[in-house]
Ligand binder design. Structure first.
Ligand SMILES: *Cc1c(COP(=O)(O)O)cnc(C)c1O
Length: 852
């Protein structure tokens, strides 16, 4: 029989062990190996059984065992040491505290999912794991972030695979009492709540769970409370569960409710109010509207409030796949914002923010990414290549500008090293190099021998093989209850065979089944007598994605033959716990997306931190970091005639690399059994990639390049009762009104002979019609570079031209000089853009005039 409701009764700990409760409820245990080891000691068997979940462990442990430990002085001393360590970790100054004054007092970080630990399954994939890693690194660096998300009663789904290879979804209901959560409460003990007014006089209520992630507080909103009717209770039932209205309700709650939750939290705890708001993908974009509503409440107009909000908002886009962007029917948005939801905010202003009112846009559609870009003065993609792709993809919002000028920068993702580095590698670094910071130690030091490294790698592979056998055993038991495990499972995977890992969500662009392109060739690679290869695969398909499920089925069926089933293994239910063994356990991490659709990709980064080598299409992070020594690049056949041709070329290149380069290097052993050349690549990977791929590097970049400038911008614009915001809003209006008549009417040049030479100086004089704007309102620049086909300028530079007079006028002349420093084709043009000290980029208003 199934339980209709469940809860967890927490153990009463003996007094001398009370500290375990605190250690268990701060998720820092999830990345602090000594604390994990402490919990493991309580009961190694239960630690495994609970899938490394301290609260689960404490719930199951025998009271007599606790009494025994309470009397064990050595254990109690060790526990107290961990506790002291936690307390100093939570309070001591860290990197952020050494920054010059001016860094924001707090930052609100919003994400629809957070992947922090397997014990808190509130994520579906890369976006959530990244958000979790962002919080953890922020904690380690002392960055004062407040995280905001939703608490999903069933998280994402759990995956099983049927005997015929079809994905089965189930939604195990989580019990918040058994999770490391606490309710945000008022001093009188009542639970804090946020409320959102809905159409027809209804109200959506949510309670606020708090999660301690080291120094960071994460607030999760939960609608499953008695104040809501059944329909509204289910708003936070599942992550990415429904579409349309259900999804919209989740996003209204995340954005608007999230800002309200932060207000409640700061009021109740005295914690500083965020000066910067960061939205991780467009889903949380409504947060800007709540802030606008607040500012309207203190007397600003919508346009003025918008300037303030833009200044302090950072928007990160994560996908170059249009289907990955939330779009709603404008009618639905209109319905929700015509209610009392946001006092003072006019529904038409809201609709304009998300309107696809540009070339190629769809009328009647409300686009969350577009709103995100309009509500945030600073925006970024998540790798250099993705930044470039995003500038192209969203370029229509800044018509007339070259793609390179579109104001979307990039911050390449990183991964949280303490979470994703296998303990055995930490132990090696500690014993040989005297540090557990594996991202900054000297992996080229002779103190670590080739044999040391190779043995650690062998251990990781053996650990994966053991885990895979355990998982397949229990999956078969699920499929065939009551039967004994077949003999072949004990020979599943071989701890000495070259192991390739491949795990990801299963949207089409990730090409789960590319390796099946030539089944005979794959079979011969796997079954090679002297250089065998094995592949471990995992991944979930979105429940509504039948095509994705078919790909999984195709793979599972291929892998089911008796000759292959021990060499090609699909593991069910990819999650953090599996990932933590899978990345270290593979020698080669494979990624074969359709370039450039992988925005960054982080699984390969996690593999690299453990000394796995990457084999990947040059997409996302790999396009930035592949250096010929840290792995292999699958050449991408972008110019192939059609997608079948492209798959064929790329698959063949992949087989060739495995067969002719990877396997020979892996099996080229010295007399000590160590593959010297391979270990050289491992060292190189650890030494050069680890610092770059670390989420610490990423979070520092967000702080210095985005959060600090955003905080400064918002302070400046808000100073003196929002004088800057009022001035900027009216200036923008004036510029918009005048712009249709602004033009470069004539350009003269001189200073070069008929045959220009390097060293000559090109003098430029531009006649600009300003139509009432002053010369100070505009930037007039020569844009020059190499002239290519169709007279397109490439690798452009800008030189500012100065006005000859400061007086406003119908036409003003601007002059300047460009030194000709290199030979070859040269072309130039003159452009005019609006200029104001409170703008962050020349393209910001999307207004430009160029000479014809
Ligand atoms: C890292 C990770 C992902 C994302 O990996 P990508 O390479 O970005 O697709 C997904 N799921 C889990 C469990 C992860 O740990």
């Amino acid at each position: 029989m199934k339980a209709i409701r469940r809860f967890t009764v927490r153990t009463v700990l003996p007094e001398s062990l009370a500290g375990l409760e605190e250690l268990a409820t701060n998720l820092r245990w999830s990345w602090h190996e000594p604390t994990r080891q402490l919990f493991a000691q309580l009961s190694p068997a239960l630690w495994e059984e609970s899938a490394h979940d301290p609260i689960g462990l404490l719930g199951e442990i025998d009271p007599s065992r606790l009494d025994e430990l309470a009397a064990d002085h050595a254990f109690v001393a060790q526990m107290n040491e961990r506790l002291d360590e936690l307390h100093s970790y939570l309070t001591e100054p860290r990197w952020y505290q050494s920054l010059p004054a001016g860094a924001p007092a707090a930052i609100g970080y919003f994400s629809p999912e957070f992947g922090i630990a397997a014990a808190l399954p509130q994520y579906s994939g890369g976006l959530g794991i990244l958000a979790g890693d962002h919080l953890k690194s922020a904690s380690d660096l002392g960055v004062p972030i407040i995280g905001v998300g939703l608490f999903y009663r069933a998280g994402y789904f759990a995956q099983a695979i049927s005997a015929d290879g079809w994905q089965q979804e189930s939604y195990p209901v989580l019990d918040p009492d058994g999770l490391p959560l606490s309710v945000l409460r008022h001093p009188d003990g009542t639970a804090g709540q946020v409320a959102l007014a809905l159409p027809d006089g209804r109200t959506l209520y949510a309670r606020v769970w708090q999660v301690a992630v080291g120094r960071i507080r994460l607030l999760l909103l939960d609608t499953d409370i008695p104040e809501n009717d059944d329909e509204l209770r289910s708003v936070t039932d599942r992550l990415y569960g429904g579409g349309g209205e259900h999804r919209l309700l989740q996003e209204l709650l995340l954005g608007i409710g999230g800002v309200r939750a932060i207000k409640l939290f700061t009021e109740l705890t005295g914690s500083p109010t965020p000066e910067v708001f960061h939205t991780n993908e467009g889903h949380a974009g409504f947060l800007g509207l709540e802030r606008i509503s607040d500012l309207i409440g203190v007397g600003l107009s919508f346009d003025e409030a918008l300037q303030v909000v833009r200044a302090g908002t950072v928007f990160t886009t994560h996908t170059p796949v249009p289907a990955g962007i939330d779009r709603f029917d404008s009618g639905l948005i209109g319905q929700y914002f015509s209610s009392e939801l946001l006092p003072g905010v006019d529904v038409d202003d809201v609709l304009l923010l998300g309107a696809e009112n540009y070339e190629g846009g769809e009328p009647g559609t409300f686009n969350m990414a577009v709103m995100g870009l309009r509500l945030g003065q600073r925006a970024n993609g998540v790798s250099q290549l993705h930044g470039e792709v995003s500038r192209g993809m969203f370029g229509q919002l800044w018509p007339g500008f070259d793609t390179a000028d579109v104001p979307i920068t990039s911050v390449t993702n990183g991964v949280h090293a303490p979470t994703w580095t296998d303990p055995s590698l930490l132990a090696l670094a500690a014993s040989r190099l005297g540090t557990t910071d594996t991202t900054s130690c000297d992996w080229n030091s002779p103190a670590v021998t080739d044999l040391d490294l190779w043995e650690v790698r062998n251990g990781m592979r053996a650990q994966l093989v053991q885990d895979a056998r355990r998982r397949v055993t229990s999956a078969l038991a699920e499929q065939n209850p009551g039967t004994i495990t077949p003999q072949w499972v004990s020979g599943l995977l071989d701890p000495d065979v070259l192991t390739i890992g491949f795990a990801r969500r299963v949207p089409t662009y990730k090409r789960l089944t590319l390796m099946l392109h030539d089944e005979d060739r794959l079979r011969s690679i796997l079954l090679s007598a002297d250089r065998p290869v094995q592949i471990v695969i995992a991944g979930k398909s979105h429940p509504a994605d039948e095509e994705g499920k078919r790909l999984i089925q195709k793979l599972v069926q291929f892998a089911s033959s008796p000759e292959l089933r021990t060499r090609l293994v699909f593991l069910e239910n990819y999650d953090i716990a599996m990932a933590q063994l899978l990345y270290p356990g593979t020698d080669v991490w494979l990624n074969n997306p359709l370039r450039p659709l992988e925005a960054c990709g982080t699984s390969g980064m996690k593999a690299a931190l453990n000394g796995s080598l990457n084999l990947s299409i040059l997409d996302g992070w790999w396009a930035e970091f592949y250096d010929e020594e840290n792995g292999w690049a699958i050449p991408s056949a972008d110019s192939a005639g059609d997608s079948a041709e492209r798959d064929k070329l790329e698959a063949e290149a992949m087989y060739d690399l495995i067969e002719h380069q990877i396997a020979p290097r892996f099996y080229d052993r010295g007399s000590d059994g160590v593959p010297k050349r391979w270990v050289q690549s491992i060292r190189h990977t650890l030494a050069t990639l680890s610092p770059e791929l670390s989420a610490d590097r990423m979070v520092k970049e967000y702080v210095t390049r985005l959060y600090v400038p955003a905080a400064e911008a918002e302070r400046t614009i808000s100073a003196k009762s929002f004088a800057g915001a009022r001035e900027l809003a009216s200036w923008k209006q004036r510029v918009f009104d005048a712009w249709p008549l602004v033009a470069v009417t004539h350009v003269e040049s001189g200073g070069v002979d008929t045959v220009p030479q390097v060293g000559d100086i090109l003098h430029v004089r531009a006649h600009v019609q300003l139509d009432g704007l002053t010369p100070d309102d505009v930037a007039v620049e020569v844009v020059y570079g190499r002239a290519r086909e169709g007279d397109n300028l490439e690798r452009t530079h800008h030189v500012a031209l100065e006005p000859e007079t400061a007086a406003p006028g119908v036409a003003v002349q601007f002059i300047g000089a460009v030194p000709l420093t290199r030979a070859g084709s040269f072309g130039y043009n003159v452009r005019v853009t609006p200029k104001h000290p409170l703008l962050a980029s020349a393209a910001e208003l999307g207004l430009i005039a160029v000479a014809d």
